[in-house]
Design a binder for this molecule. Structure first.
Ligand code: ADP
Length: 302
């Protein structure tokens, strides 16, 4: 009988890259770190070329997909109560949407749930700010991906003056408690802050003005937000300082090179899933007896 081995496929060899746990260690935000000091051009943990990155990525995608399937299978068969929640934040054009597309395309559509959080609808705005977030938490066994998140209830609200400081300033602690609850319940929270340089952003925003296939992405507020670059930097720093926790860490990911940020986030997710030590679930049947039944069930040739 053919049994699938318990080992996940090997990670790419022959590529100058750090192991998933090392990549996570390199990018995890630690108290005292400066967001502004992270070089958006850098490729921590990867010393190869873009072409090497693509090779590594395709192999890592297979690893991530395998781990995700184990998570899904264990939830389905064993009732395992674990899921992963990937939260993606960053400036306009930092590559949030592209990253979502990448992660989703690497996974089985059954095991991934995406939620994008834009300006609250009238119904959402009529509720407590976490209401819309609770409703989009991933099912057990799934990977949830948030394109923006409850952090906009601090960032957008603060930067656009949508509510008094008292309102958004209380939310750091509220969010910490919320995410602690998620962690304790079995939801592994991974928060990614993409960082790009002002020059790179200008190029990407310019593309949106001149390229027919990108004009739909243009938003007038992106240019006014860009003018407040330094204030956003302060707001991101405050979020990182006040909401980086053991069960809900932030990873600051250089994103001028899109191939790097995708590779890095894939490795961070692999590291997270590997920590669950997931084997393939055993069926609650006797394989030999079921094989005998299968053979006996062969339709007779008439
Ligand atoms: P994106 O810019 O990510 O491609 P959208 O065009 O839908 O997506 O823009 C999302 C906008 O919604 C952003 O400007 C963001 O700041 C805003 N937004 C998200 N959440 C909130 C919130 N809770 N309160 C106010 N604005 C928000």
């Amino acid at each position: 009988m053919k049994i699938r081995p318990a080992e996940v496929p090997p990670l790419a060899a022959n590529v100058p890259q750090a192991a998933p746990s090392e990549v996570a260690d390199l990018l995890r935000f630690a108290p005292g770190n400066s967001f502004a000091a992270v070089d958006p051009e850098a490729t921590p943990g990867f010393s190869g070329s873009k072409a090497d990155g693509k090779v590594a990525q395709s192999l890592d995608n297979a690893v991530l997909s395998d781990l995700q399937e184990r998570l899904f299978a264990n939830a389905a068969v064993n009732g395992l109560q674990h899921s992963v929640l990937l939260i993606i934040q960053g400036r306009d054009s930092a590559g949030k949407g592209g990253l979502v597309k990448h992660v989703v395309s690497a996974l089985s559509p059954h095991g991934v749930e995406v939620a994008a959080f834009g300006v609250p609808t009238a119904e959402e705005a009529a509720h407590y700010f976490l209401w819309r977030v609770y409703r989009r938490l991933p099912r057990w066994g799934n990977i949830g991906v948030f394109d923006r998140s409850h952090y906009e209830d601090i960032l957008a609200v603060r930067m656009h003056g949508l509510a008094p400081q008292k309102v958004w300033a209380e939310r750091y602690d509220v969010i910490n408690e919320f995410e602690e609850g998620l962690h304790e319940s079995g939801i592994r929270v991974v928060k990614v802050m993409l960082t790009i340089s002002p020059e790179e952003q200008e190029e990407r925003l310019r593309d949106r003005l001149v390229r027919a296939d990108k004009q739909w992405k243009h938003s007038a507020s992106d240019i006014s937000d860009r003018a407040a670059w330094g204030d956003y930097t302060t707001a991101f720093q405050d979020v990182l300082d006040r909401t980086s926790r053991v069960g809900a860490p932030w990873f600051v990911v250089p994103a001028n090179r899109k191939w790097y940020s995708r590779w890095a986030v894939t490795r961070i997710l692999i590291n997270e899933l590997q920590q669950l030590g997931l084997e393939w679930p055993q069926g609650d049947f006797d394989p030999a007896a079921e094989l005998a039944r299968l053979e006996a069930s062969r339709p007779k040739k008439s």
